[in-house]
Design a protein around this ligand. Sequence first.
Ligand SMILES: *[C@@H]1O[C@H](CO)[C@@H](O)[C@H](O)[C@H]1NC(C)=O
Ligand SMILES: *[C@@H]1O[C@H](CO)[C@@H](O)[C@H](O)[C@H]1NC(C)=O
Ligand SMILES: *[C@@H]1O[C@H](CO)[C@@H](O)[C@H](O)[C@H]1NC(C)=O
Ligand SMILES: *[C@@H]1O[C@H](CO)[C@@H](O)[C@H](O)[C@H]1NC(C)=O
Ligand SMILES: *[C@@H]1O[C@H](CO)[C@@H](O)[C@H](O)[C@H]1NC(C)=O
Ligand SMILES: *[C@@H]1O[C@H](CO)[C@@H](O)[C@H](O)[C@H]1NC(C)=O
Ligand SMILES: *[C@@H]1O[C@H](CO)[C@@H](O)[C@H](O)[C@H]1NC(C)=O
Length: 885
Amino acid sequence: MKAALSLALLGATSVWAAHDLSGVKRVTNVPGLSNKFIVEVAAASDIPSKRALGTPHEVLYRSLRERKIGFSVHQEYDVPDIFVGAAVTLTDAESVADILKTEGVLAIRPIHSYARPVPVSSKQCAPGDAGVPDSESTHLASGVAKLHAMGITGKGVKIGILDTGIDYTHPSLGAGFGAGFKVAGGYDLVGDAYTGANDPVPDSDPLDQCAGHGTHVAGIIGCNPGNPFNISGVAYDATLYAYRIFGCAGSVNDDVIVDALLKGVKDGVDILSLSLGGPSGWTEGTGSVVASRIAKSGRIVTIAAGNEGSSGSWYTSSPGNGLDVISVASADNTVIPLQSLTVEGATHAPIVYYSALPLKVNGTLPLYAVSNDTAVVDDACNPLPASTPDLSKFVVLIRRGTCSFVSKLDNVAKFGAQTFLIYDNGAGFAGIEVGKYKAVMIQAEDGVFLGKQLAAGTAVSVSFPQTGGATEIPAPTGGLVSDFTTYGPTNDFYFKPAITAYGGNILSTIPVPLGSWALESGTSMATPFMAGSAALLFSVKGKSASVGRAARALFESTSMPISTSHTDGGPYQTATQQGTGLVNVYDAVFATTVLSPAELIVNDTAHFAGRQKFNVKNTGRKVKTYTLSHVPAGTALTVTAGSIFPAKGPVPLSTDYASVSFNQNKFTLFPGQTHTVVATIKPPTGADPKTFPVYSGFIYATSGAERVHATYLGLAASLKDKQVVDNTDAMFGVRIPVVLDATGAPQGAAANYTFVGQDSPVLLWRQAFGSAAVRLDLVSANTTLKGSLNARAPLLFSFGHGHDGGGSFAKVPTLGALVSMEYLPRNDEAQSLQNTVAISNTYANGTKIPNGAYKVLLRALKVTGDPKNAADYESWLSPVIGFAA
Ligand SMILES: *[C@@H]1O[C@H](CO)[C@@H](O)[C@H](O)[C@H]1NC(C)=O
Ligand SMILES: *[C@@H]1O[C@H](CO)[C@@H](O)[C@H](O)[C@H]1NC(C)=O
Ligand SMILES: *[C@@H]1O[C@H](CO)[C@@H](O)[C@H](O)[C@H]1NC(C)=O
Ligand SMILES: *[C@@H]1O[C@H](CO)[C@@H](O)[C@H](O)[C@H]1NC(C)=O
Ligand SMILES: *[C@@H]1O[C@H](CO)[C@@H](O)[C@H](O)[C@H]1NC(C)=O
Ligand SMILES: *[C@@H]1O[C@H](CO)[C@@H](O)[C@H](O)[C@H]1NC(C)=O
Ligand SMILES: *[C@@H]1O[C@H](CO)[C@@H](O)[C@H](O)[C@H]1NC(C)=O
């Protein structure tokens, strides 16, 4: 399974390699950079003097008009305790500063877009197939099965799901919509045709029959027992509300997410679950902020941590970055439900093949091998000889290797073959991509056995039982953190993800027209598992705001820290990927010790908080004596030494650990009593600060069989020392940042542009790390800068003295802003994710730039830097750009 997941991920992001400049598009491509914003205003009750002037919205619009700010409104929000404001398009993005000065305006944030969640892997199951007996392994391993056995199933709890909708016609999801049904409410905020780039066409029916993601998510929470697969949702008696925020394809924007979150609040849901997000690294963004406020108000909000594990650290997903939400990492299921075939003509036990459902093949068919050499490396990669017989009545055996599965199948299908077994060559037994073909993978030793029989002239045939062939194989990575899980922490060192739930290899419902059932993987699958777990907690403890607010710490402190391997040889997985550990729902619900806070943020060396406190309360009926102990997790070496680039996932871990001491190692608590633990955390001493080592670990309070823990997270370096702008040639073979001319070539010496057709400059740069403020300004052609990024040699570190203050741009007059950006995430290595700005001949405010010679000044604020301090920015100056419009 591990192999299958890696393949899926590597397909998108191959090894770090120089990209071709010619592939850079001549467009502006920076996250969040558009004229669309969400303005937050004070609620009417907060500005009583203005109440007579109308609603807060009317007051806002009037004062914008008075200030001659051009705008149009496309959405209004009005839930006074959570969020009041409007989504607007501004004629001029630079009026943001003006709007912030308007009375009653609390914040203005750019609208971000999030791609439709795609499962990391998906194996569809056709309707009418015989079911797999599923042992409900994820429910057993997390204590959910024990709660179900006690009759705790989430009855009376309302869960809102923001996703692609739900196929409520599914028999296991209640087969209906509206009051009295499992899916009791919701709304389609967007319509089928919505892509994130066009206008939503809302209606009242959140049916999902074209996408399927939301239906899989819904089944993980709410699937009724008594189905052919013998599975059930974590909280199958909970009531679901479907907020459809994705069309059949494409993305969704913050404005729609906020609208859906607030609809959920108005509908009175107790829990909101969002299996969506995009890399951000910042806790800002309206979606994150609103989700966090809802959580703070006492509802539970679970949001996916993201599937960008291969991209390395500091890449957390929004809106999961919301401060008070539960950001959910994924663990792999302990078993993989698969099918087996039977062999005739030779003696062999049934052979397991990689499919959750039986391959639809009737009767017993003879086997044919493309090659008699069971070590062949490129089996069926070339056209088969003309002498190959008609294969339509055979099952064809092919060895994996060299070319794609589909090209092998294309070659063999030319001879009429319809059914195929591909045997592994050691690359890993996994689900495979076979296009339109009826083909599955078997394990290497089984393929070699069959191949040798055929080579020896034995007539072997196989059959695919349609019932009774189901089996479960132990997943080698079962119970470990799924390697696709995105790593934290956030750039400003918030604790993300929070906790892990099962999300790898999860069988659940999909829309009836798409096949009804499927096995899928992703933090998208782990998120509803947590939402369902939260419903079980509410069922037992009541749906009060205090239970909601305490839920995250309760789940975190009772979770089970996860190792990096099953051998116990390796370190514990870094908390930057697993959070506090794997959820144990039974322990969370019935714990008689309450520990909080469960997240201890030691921060970086510049803002070091080594002395940490947390409370331990005995909520049981007996006197308990607790012993404190410390178990470190692997220290994440988040940046590759000798480079400015984050280490890709799996992030290397070192066993250079922090040490922890306590004011008191042992204490006794009477029922109801609380003790405050003071822990002194010392960072690892041997870690190289240039690798930006993030250390973490677990502090246990143990009393008999009961054990709860706090999880700490710190950085053995200063965030301000992290170079944020890539000034190397590693990505494109030329040093960046760079201005590309009309032909797409790097501009060397001074050059003039007419701004007609293609003849304009494009600035290309990368964020090697996130930055809270990035600006492009126009400056005079004679401007020079000391200590700018330009001066640095590629791949050379010059921590802390990038700007000596003496020649800083603060003393250099700028002529006007071209673009200003907030909270940029770092870039990934995928070329499509580089930052480009197509420079036009106007300032950001729309005023035409007079003809003449200029330079462009790029400034990026370092993390934890003071926006008002010039020395806290990295800066770069372009060559002379002549405006000759
Ligand atoms: C169905 O699942 C339950 C656990 O939820 C298990 O006890 C039972 O044996 C399973 N039934 C079959 C037919 O596998
Ligand atoms: C298998 O047999 C059944 C019953 O005879 C038939 O309905 C079905 O179409 C057959 N399937 C295939 C793939 O031939
Ligand atoms: C493999 O060997 C068998 C038995 O000798 C023979 O019948 C068959 O034609 C061979 N297959 C190929 C593809 O050469
Ligand atoms: C870490 O310290 C920086 C600088 O004081 C601060 O901005 C940031 O909020 C801190 N992070 C947390 C999670 O407290
Ligand atoms: C750009 O145009 C100016 C004004 O016409 C001219 O003086 C200058 O030589 C031109 N520069 C280049 C590099 O062509
Ligand atoms: C730089 O150029 C500007 C005009 O763009 C001029 O006003 C200024 O005096 C020049 N400064 C120097 C030091 O030459
Ligand atoms: C736009 O910005 C430029 C450069 O800062 C400034 O000179 C100009 O006056 C501004 N125009 C308006 C309409 O504010």
